[in-house]
Design a protein around this ligand. Structure first.
Ligand code: F6R
Length: 263
């Protein structure tokens, strides 16, 4: 696992966007796995800026989002379909027919989840999966006890996730307690994993994710099993890492990274 620690949340979002743009520039028909949530808003704003400035071209990119609430229609302001259009797809030159978000409004969510898995496979798999992390350690909406072999499926959200996300709803009681999410097994099949976490409220779960034992009680610990996983943090989210000085040492010695960071 590679750990990148940036001084601020803004710089952490900047380097995340830069890594994604570099990947797309090296392979224009890139298959990009996307996440939603507050942390990603800054990344998408930066990717939109770079696209406008001609620094990255999304015209051949295919995207696959991690998750969606069950019961919310794509035009619902709280749906992740809406989020993606608002924060990214409407601001870049991606062909919307190449964008995919799990269908939480389907009559048969399980059947739609199986189709979603097929679509990813048919595209040749996800090259890079962008991830955030919830307070329960969820990646996507894989809450505690999600099997590391799990696939795209319907799940029940925890009380902690309700407390984390319901303030985003005009009426918090309207937040669905069920979602459809790529599984941990699905996520682990991506060529690269890129997790971004910022802010002090993520420091505890980040320390457990990076330095704790691998356990299905914390889905994000599955990153330890992936051969090409990078975690980008700001100083606040990195604050509880016991090995912080070692990770910074690796960073300073990594020529490829120094090149990307422009140091
Ligand atoms: C959303 C998702 C979630 C979020 C996580 C962090 O697509 O996959 O795992 O990334 O809940 O959300 P924020 O960034 O709002 O703290």
């Amino acid at each position: 696992m590679q750990i990148i620690i940036m001084p601020t949340a803004d710089k952490a979002a900047q380097i995340t966007a830069k890594i994604i743009a570099n990947e797309i520039n090296n392979k224009p028909a890139y298959k990009l796995g996307l996440a939603t949530g507050r942390t990603m808003e800054a990344v998408y704003a930066k990717l939109a800026e770079m696209n406008k400035a001609g620094k990255v071209d999304f015209s051949l990119v295919k995207s696959f989002n991690l998750d969606e609430y069950i019961g919310l229609k794509p035009d619902d302001v709280n749906s992740y379909h809406y989020y993606m259009n608002y924060h990214l797809f409407d601001k870049i030159n991606i062909d919307k027919r190449n964008t995919h978000v799990p269908d939480g409004a389907a009559d048969d969510v399980d059947a739609a989840a199986a189709v979603y898995e097929y679509e990813m496979e048919d595209a040749g798999g996800v090259d890079l999966q962008l991830l955030g992390i919830g307070r329960t350690g969820h990646i996507g909406f894989n809450e505690p006890l999600s099997s590391f072999a799990s696939r795209t499926r319907a799940v029940t959200l925890t009380q902690t996730t309700y407390e984390q996300n319901s303030p985003l709803f005009a009426n918090p009681a309207d937040m669905p307690m069920e979602a459809v999410t790529m599984g941990v097994g699905t996520i682990l099949e991506a060529g690269k994993l890129l997790l971004l976490a910022t802010g002090s409220e993520k420091a505890d779960i980040i320390a457990k994710t990076i330095e704790g034992p691998v356990t299905s009680m914390i889905s994000a610990t599955a990153l330890q099993l992936h051969a090409d996983a990078t975690v980008i943090l700001d100083e606040e989210a990195a604050a509880k890492l016991q090995g912080i000085e070692t990770y910074k040492w690796y960073m300073k010695k990594d020529k490829k990274l120094i090149d990307i960071l422009g140091l």
